[in-house]
Design a protein. Structure first.
Length: 291
């Protein structure tokens, strides 16, 4: 069974991670503001506490904040047109082609089976998708590896996570991917329309020397240029589904399925499994570990 990173097992508050990462946050916010276009509905896969909801929530009739961490979803402060859904990326509780657009940011480095995740995402997305992944071949990583030919041939490397203030579990999945590998696994499902190298200047020494606004200016300036050599630690891809289906907007309750038996729900309840997935705080909780 594919391992799923569980922030709730250590009561990890993802908000703490971002308290001293203003540069990385603004870099990602800026690129997403530039590439996300308006539509009918949208899903933020791995959206946690809603860090990026201000970017997209006013661009769609409704959006879905989706994450495996129930506790982080519970901390999210979102608008009335944003629905919180707790579940598993390998077993999404949505009908085929039921979501027009979506994104997956700061998630792929926790995904042990990216081929399965991309395939499942392509099942529910009908049009545009925005994917970020940690770049194994970023400039500094290649320098550290001394341009090893063996390192270059690897599709994936596991990064040793540095313990932070919350003492995150040591055996967590934290993976960096070769851009060539990621492009290969998305190719059957999505066409790459645009590519960007992001957070190109996140080194601590640069943050200590230069003002935040200047680093953000540089990042915006070089995002399209640095993609040529996969320079930065984060690569953003704007994708378009190859087998696009005619999209018909339906309410959130009409696109949900039971992840256990795949039956359509009756409002929020699976008539076959006798499970009501909407809880008292307004979160649709589909975590299979609860069964």
């Amino acid at each position: 069974m594919t391992k799923i990173q569980d922030y709730d097992s250590v009561n990890y508050d993802y908000r703490e991670y971002w308290r001293d990462r203003e540069y990385e946050n603004l870099s990602e916010v800026n690129i997403l503001k530039k590439i996300i276009k308006e539509g009918k509905n949208f899903i933020d896969v791995g959206g946690a506490y809603g860090r990026l909801t201000p970017i997209y929530q006013d661009k769609f009739k409704y959006s879905i904040l989706f994450d495996y961490s129930y506790k982080n979803l519970k901390r999210a402060k979102v608008g009335s047109n944003v629905f919180r859904v707790c579940g598993d990326i390998y077993n999404l509780p949505f009908k085929d082609n039921s979501i027009e657009g979506g994104m997956c940011v700061r998630v792929m480095h926790h995904i042990e089976s990216p081929e399965l995740a991309i395939k499942e995402l392509s099942r529910v997305i009908s049009s545009d998708f925005y994917l970020e992944f940690a770049n194994k071949n970023n400039f500094l990583a290649l320098i550290r590896s001394k341009f090893s030919s063996k390192y270059r041939r690897l599709n994936t490397i596991k990064i040793q996570h540095k313990k932070d203030s919350q003492g995150f579990i040591e055996d967590q999945v934290f993976l960096n991917f070769s851009p060539k590998f990621i492009k290969k696994i998305i190719n059957p499902y999505f066409e790459i329309k645009e590519e960007y190298s992001v957070s190109n200047f996140r080194q601590k020494i640069l943050k200590n020397i230069f003002p935040l606004k200047f680093l953000i200016f540089l990042d915006n300036l070089f995002q399209s240029i640095f993609k040529i050599i996969s320079f930065g630690p984060s690569i953003f891809l704007k994708l378009e589904k190859k087998s696009r289906e005619k999209f018909i907007l339906k309410d959130i309750e009409d696109i949900l399925i039971c992840p256990k038996c795949k039956s359509d729900l009756s409002k929020t309840r699976c008539p076959k499994c006798k499970i009501d997935y909407l809880d008292k705080v307004g979160i649709f909780n589909f975590r299979l570990s609860h069964f």
